[in-house]
Design a binder for this molecule. Sequence first.
Ligand code: FE
Ligand code: FE
Ligand code: ZN
Length: 301
Amino acid sequence: MLIIGSHVSFNKATQLVGSVLESLSYGANTFMFYTGAPQNTSRYPIDLEKTKEAYQMMKDNNIDLDNVVVHAPYIVNPANSDNFDFNVEFLKNELKRVEQLGVNKIVLHPGSHVKLTKEEGLKNIIATLNAVISPSVNVKILLETMAGKGTELGTNFDDLKYIIDNIEYKDKIGLCLDTCHLNDAGYDIAKFDDILDEIDKKIGLDKVGCIHINDSKNAKESHKDRHENLGLGTIGFDNLINVIYNKRLQNIPKILETPYVTFDDTTKERLYPPYKFEIEMIKNQKNNPNLLTDIREEYRK
Ligand code: FE
Ligand code: FE
Ligand code: ZN
């Protein structure tokens, strides 16, 4: 079964109910969200009544909680030792929040080594994860493959293997593949099965817990990390469809993180979510070269 969704919002007032409603409006059967602002670490309490209400809505609409994913805030940098204690405390609390929501997967950026060496950065990631993960944790941390912008780590499967090999409780660690990041890091998405072979050989395909489906604004190996709407980037629609429908990853949730669409070609402000349209393209397995105009027309009504 196709498990497809997008990044959705999660706010203080409506919490998981709002996220489910947004997902349903896109025709999705899963979703990903930040439990607060992605760019900061301030977090409000989880409303258990709202969570229960959301569970009922999910049940009624065939959304399996096991396919829902949380994304950790991207300002947490586990590769940097300066904030070690804060990072560990924050991530431990975040895992508790995720657990309260009944979600069992959280995507985490491995981090950037900045002024440290790459080796020091990798060691810090391992130390942070081992301090955060204990046998009682019921959430799997999925390390995201990164584009290699600046000093980002986790841009290849040797580094990711090195991290995972050094995690004490290995059943609580996994991978999140991101097609834009893989492309920008130098992998050829047109040869996706070769990428899967490499993962399987080095880490094990069973470690893949989520896939972010994004086209890329930039060329392979550009190390830029700028997502593009489906079919409008350098990866292309057919290659993305082959990722989404790859038999080896059938039961893995696919999450869109493509950019919102601007009002017109001259403005920069991004207003309209593309997900309803992109999910339709995915379900039909048919590219829509007029994606942007179609979205603008729909939302202007
Ligand atoms: Fe991410
Ligand atoms: Fe991503
Ligand atoms: Zn990205």
